[in-house]
Ligand binder design. Structure first.
Ligand code: HEM
Length: 429
């Protein structure tokens, strides 16, 4: 029997060698994508380090098709994340293993459960904002990083006391080192090797998680307690290794992303005084504001899949097995056809309307869509609501802050600088 394989049809793209394209992608990530779109259209083929041969897409119909294709056609792109986050991390799993694991992790992050965490986020916000200087410029990002770290440690890890303090010290440098090792091709051998430091930190991390597991209560409502109670369909439990890898994954995926989005919210709001005034009157606009911050300042600019079968048809293209498909979140969010007047920051576009989840995609989409999307939205809502309740944000006419890559996410380059005035009537009751 002969099998018919469809001929490959790739979008056009630059022909420069991989190293040259890679250097361009590294130094001009967002501007580079926009230039390639102007030159080649909304799909183009690139050849870059880490992803190799890759097709970049930003057409809504093609994105929807990609996100709804089963894991037999497209699945996880095996990058170095497993080496860093552990082999059981959601980011390292594919196919059936990913589906089984995700099924157990979705319930603790369901909207209904999240109300229990609102109090933690508000407490952490009030505590952090107490140190904000009055009428003096400062960067808000470090505060946002502390709030989101503490919120995850308490709500997800269920950490208190000594474990909370130890994880707060250990995790930020551990995740920073890990995010560098994930993209740098450094072998694990050699005497003065950063992997050794990384592995030492990992042992320390595993020991603390072991103590948290020993202390967890069966009726605890943090995510770790729920992980200990949940069972696979065959009745077996999540292993200790799975729990440890998954907690690290949740922290890495959820800490910097939420904090940088919050810093962008401050950056955007200070440049839109009319909106600030409206928000003070109409709290309902806050949901739409968060959607618009995420549309115009997506902190993750790309999400990736890998083609698993030769001849995978994606809209106008037929792709060979092994190719990466990169969804450009930034390009579709910037598209005037999808979002009229896309360059204008206007939360009213989302007022009273839910966004189309294949067009508004800061959390990616489909079976690998961000597991913590509802958690992040709850957290951003509580932090901004508390901030606007207790402080007046002083508007500015300074130009918008530029994008700066921190490793995991894009942050405003000056850290979302703010000048605030504490409200005399404000403060948590
Ligand atoms: C504003 C904040 C956040 C943004 C912008 C964000 C963005 C993303 C994106 C783009 C993906 C990839 C989705 C895809 O490939 O289709 C992702 C995956 C993921 N995110 Fe988030 N995320 C945020 C917050 C969080 C939080 C708070 C958590 C958990 C506490 C979390 C946990 C995860 C996990 C576990 C995955 C992997 C899902 C899977 O592979 O099935 N994220 N996130």
């Amino acid at each position: 029997m002969t099998t018919m394989t469809s001929p490959t049809t790739l979008p056009p793209g630059p022909t420069a060698p991989r190293a040259v394209q890679g250097a361009y992608a590294l130094t001009q990530p967002l501007r580079g994508m926009r230039r390639l779109k102007e030159r080649y259209g909304d799909a183009f083929t690139v050849n870059v380090p880490i992803f190799g041969n890759a097709v970049v897409i930003s057409d809504p119909a093609e994105i929807k098709q990609l996100f709804t294709s089963g894991p037999d056609l497209v699945d996880n792109l095996e990058v170095n994340l497993g080496r860093v986050l552990g082999s059981r991390s959601m980011f390292a799993l594919s196919g059936e293993e990913h589906r089984r694991q995700r099924k157990l992790l979705v319930p603790p992050f369901h909207g209904r459960r999240l109300a229990a965490y609102e109090k933690i986020v508000e407490e952490e916000t009030v505590r952090e904002l107490a140190s904000w200087p009055d009428r003096k410029a400062f960067a808000t990002l470090p505060s946002m990083m502390r709030i989101t770290l503490n919120a995850i440690l308490r709500a997800v890890f269920g950490a208190e006391g000594a474990e909370f303090a130890e994880l707060r010290e250990l995790l930020p440098p551990f995740v920073t080192l890990g995010s560098r090792l994930a993209v740098l091709p450094i072998p694990k051998k050699g005497r003065f090797n950063p992997w050794r430091r990384f592995e030492r930190m990992r042992r320390e991390y595993d020991a603390i998680v072991g103590r948290l597991i020993a202390k967890a209560r069966p009726d605890g409502d943090d995510v770790l307690s729920m992980m200990l109670q949940t069972r696979y369909d065959d009745g077996s439990k999540l292993s200790r290794e799975e729990i440890s890898d998954q907690l690290l994954t949740l922290l890495t995926a959820g800490h910097e992303t939420t904090a940088t989005t919050l810093a962008w919210a401050v950056e955007r709001l200070r440049r839109h005084p009319a909106l600030l005034a409206e928000l003070e009157d109409n709290g309902k606009l806050l949901d739409a504001t968060i959607l618009e911050v995420q549309r115009t300042r997506p902190v993750i600019d790309l999400t990736a899949r890998q083609v698993k079968q030769d001849g995978y048809r994606l809209g106008r293209w037929t792709l060979p097995k092994g190719y990466a498909v990169l969804v450009s979140i930034a390009l579709i969010h910037d598209d005037d056809v999808v979002f009229p007047h896309a360059a204008t920051f206007d939360p009213h576009r989302f007022e009273g309307a839910r966004p189309d989840l294949y067009q508004w995609i800061p959390f990616g989409g489909g079976t690998r869509r961000c597991l913590g999307a509802a958690f992040a939205t709850m957290e951003m809502t509580v932090v901004l609501r508390t901030l606007l309740r207790d402080f007046t944000l002083v508007p500015t006419e300074a130009p918008g802050e530029r994008w700066h890559s921190r490793g995991v996410a894009y942050a405003p380059a000056k850290g979302g600088r703010a000048i605030v005035r504490r409200r005399m009537t404000g403060g948590a009751s």
